[in-house]
Write a protein that binds this ligand. Structure first.
Ligand SMILES: Nc1ncnc2c1ncn2[C@@H]1O[C@H](COP(=O)(O)OP(=O)(O)OP(=O)(O)O)[C@@H](O)[C@H]1O
Length: 674
């Protein structure tokens, strides 16, 4: 974005959580000032548009005077010879006027669309920097509506509004002067009625603004419902929620319907009122004109020319009054966009970023505490740990413990409120953001897919990567084979949400992308969550290849890779409650061993999971997990014996098993003391 965009300072640090109905009402002037800087570079063209409007008005005036001439000299006297000269001049003036009007209108369209383009890019650019919780708090449909129709509303306010006002003021003054010049007494009599236009506009502007704001909010809500409903189509169909979804849409659509009908009624009432006022003015002119002609003080040509000037005068006067209404309606759109622009990105690029070159990958987290903006409780408190280059650290713990928050801080989606995170001794906030995210790669929980080809989906890990590099990454991620079977191989287009690729295949694509990115530090957020046991098993090998030689912080509930970890951090309530290696922690018999046991009990629900975890590896079949061996073979198939009720757990008289012996409840002991 250019400087003009940057100069739109974020004035208020508003809270993200706002209610649409409580949208603050800002004056049009404030909205205008906020977006005017975006017209930089376009202003001289806008002046040219205005000059074209002035020239077109001059041509119209000349045409009216020629018409008056024609009426008095040719029509009133019935002389054909007097017709030709003014007629040819009139035609010439009309052609010149048409060319100027064409040039002016084309230029106006170019300038306005250019402004819309700029504004859209500016807002989009801003939205892309906003923190993850912004998108959790805002409905996507509403954001879409703000990025589309509200952006256009601002154009009306800032560009068309300015040019329109300047042109309308000029035309109104010009035609009024022409009318005065022609017959000042007649003009004075007519203009006595002019304040009626102003009164009418004033009467309507407030209501039109309110209803237009309601319409915009409802418009955003409709888009949200449609978008959410289509995104959830499986749930809708599987649970036959069509009626509920239809009712939701009906509710929002009814609000929009009411606002839209009210808006049309108000606009129509205003239009008709203005037409009546105009008729009063025209009748006054004809009445006074008839009297003046009867006394011989005026010719018919003059009266017609006067009426024509008045006819040309009404549109700009009407436009000026209406412009007020249009601007107030556009302000409703502007304030919705300003709300978004006022939300600050949670992190900023440093002024002079440190670039120490590719780091080795030492990650030090020291005394980090963090609370999400607007949240009541702390997500992380006084967290400290170090990961040395090439180490694998697993962060585990119960749901809501703060594990994903660690990944968000490592990627610098947020800065900690207290404490410090360093990469090779350099605080994360000193790295340019783009550089930091080149050094620290995230493999997020949900597999993210671009609407593009398989190749582009892998290549986005490192733009400009060679074909060979992309293919090598796909091979390392065990993705090459299934890609080869797709209809167009690497050129097959994939879409988020389509069933073309399975969850496991998408995850392997994501791994290929991360391999290609080749960052020294990896943050894996639940890399196997959402995959069934077989798919999860298939991604383990590629994951190992990805992790080899890189500092890896893996956030996971799935403890299958735990024996590989150099260290395991057990987090609960935002604090590290245990740390050590897999075997040590199991032997310790604390939170980790309970977590590990509950995971094993959880897998009892599906017989499939009792299969050996890794087909490639020898599978010993011990009766119970061998803590010291720490191998995957410990998960060996052994009926239910190895996964029985925890030691010391007393079942009461309440049935706890199905008739076939499967447990009724998962063993989810509380985590005492943490
Ligand atoms: N955007 C947010 N705004 C406010 N609080 C949040 C936000 N995101 C998460 N939290 C809170 O922060 C705490 C830690 O959340 P986090 O997502 O890090 O947990 P987690 O351990 O990764 O959980 P899970 O295993 O279920 O993904 C939770 O109490 C959660 O409610």
């Amino acid at each position: 974005m250019g400087k003009e965009a940057e100069s739109l300072a974020y004035e208020n640090d508003d809270d993200l959580e706002y209610e649409d109905d409580d949208t603050p009402t800002i004056p049009a002037r404030t909205a205008f000032r906020r977006f005017w800087p975006l017209t930089r570079g376009l202003r001289r063209w806008l002046i040219l548009v205005w000059v074209c409007t002035v020239l077109a008005a001059l041509a119209e005036t000349e045409a009216i005077l020629l018409f008056s001439d024609l009426t008095d000299r040719a029509l009133a006297k019935g002389s054909l010879s007097a017709f030709w000269s003014p007629a040819v001049k009139w035609l010439g003036v009309a052609i010149v006027g048409a060319v100027i009007a064409y040039a002016g209108n084309s230029l106006a369209a170019w300038a306005t669309e250019r402004f819309v383009l700029r504004l859209r890019e500016h807002v989009f650019d801003h939205v892309q920097q906003l923190p993850p919780h912004f998108f959790q708090l805002h409905r996507q449909g509403d954001l879409l509506s703000r990025l589309t129709s509200d952006v256009e509303a601002i154009e009306t306010l800032v560009v068309s509004g300015v040019v329109g006002t300047a042109s309308a003021i000029f035309s109104a003054l010009f035609y009024a002067a022409a009318a005065f010049w022609l017959r000042w007494d007649l003009a004075a009599a007519t203009f006595v009625l002019a304040p009626l236009f102003w009164l009418a506009a004033r009467r309507f502007s407030g209501s039109i603004r309110d209803v237009s704001r309601e319409g915009r909010v409802a418009d955003g809500a409709i888009t949200s419902v449609v978008e959410e409903s289509l995104g959830n189509i499986v749930l809708t169909q599987a649970y036959d929620r069509r009626d509920a979804e239809r009712r939701r849409l009906h509710e929002e659509a009814s609000a929009w319907f009411r606002a839209s009908v009210r808006s049309t009624r108000l606009n129509e009432a205003y239009e008709q009122l203005v037409t009546v006022i105009e008729t009063v003015c025209v009748l006054a002119v004809i009445g006074i004109g008839a009297w003046e002609i009867s006394t011989g003080r005026m010719t018919l040509g003059q009266l017609l020319a006067f009426s024509a000037f008045l006819g040309y005068l009404y549109p700009p006067v009407r436009g000026l009054a209406q412009l007020g209404l249009t601007i107030t309606a556009a302000t409703a759109g502007a304030e919705r966009l300003i709300e978004i622009l006022d939300v600050r990105p949670s992190v900023a690029d440093p002024r002079r970023g440190a670039d120490v070159g590719r780091p080795d990958g030492t990650v030090e987290v020291t005394g980090v505490s963090f609370t999400y903006p607007g949240a009541d409780s702390t997500a992380l408190s006084d967290l400290s740990f170090t990961v040395n280059p090439g180490e694998l650290v697993i962060v585990t713990g119960p749901s809501g413990a703060g594990k994903s928050t660690v990944s968000k801080l490592l990627l610098r989606f947020y800065d900690p409120d207290a404490g410090d995170i360093r990469l090779d001794g350099v605080p994360l906030r000193d790295f340019p953001l783009a550089r930091l995210r080149e050094y620290v790669t995230l493999l997020p929980q949900e597999t993210l897919v671009l609407h593009d080809t398989v190749r582009a989906n892998i290549a986005c890990g490192r733009p400009g990567a060679s074909e060979q590099a992309i293919e090598d990454a796909a091979r390392a991620a065990d993705a090459h084979d299934f890609i080869g079977k797709l209809p167009a191989g690497y050129d097959t287009r994939i879409d988020p949400g389509t069933a073309r690729l399975s969850g496991g295949q998408l995850q392997r694509l994501a791994i290929a992308r991360a391999i290609l990115r080749d960052a020294p530090v990896l943050v894996l957020d639940e890399p196997t969550t959402g995959l069934d046991a077989i798919a999860a098993r298939r991604v383990v090998k590629p994951l190992r290849r990805l992790m080899a030689g890189r500092t890896t912080i893996m956030i996971t509930h799935d403890l299958n890779l735990a024996p590989d970890a150099d260290r395991i951090l057990v987090v609960d309530g935002g604090r590290i409650v245990e740390t050590g290696r897999h075997g040590e922690l199991l032997a310790w018999g604390g939170a980790y061993s309970r977590l590990h046991r509950s995971q094993n009990n959880a897998v009892m629900d599906t017989g499939e999971l009792r299969l050996p975890q890794f087909a490639e590896e020898p599978v010993p079949v011990p009766a119970a997990y061998d803590v010291n061996a720490g191998s995957y073979g410990a998960y060996g198939y052994d009926g239910y014996a190895g996964y029985g009720a925890p030691v010391g757990y007393e079942y009461g008289t309440v049935p706890t098993t199905f008739p076939d012996g499967r447990p009724l409840f998962r063993d989810e002991e509380p985590w005492p003391g943490i």
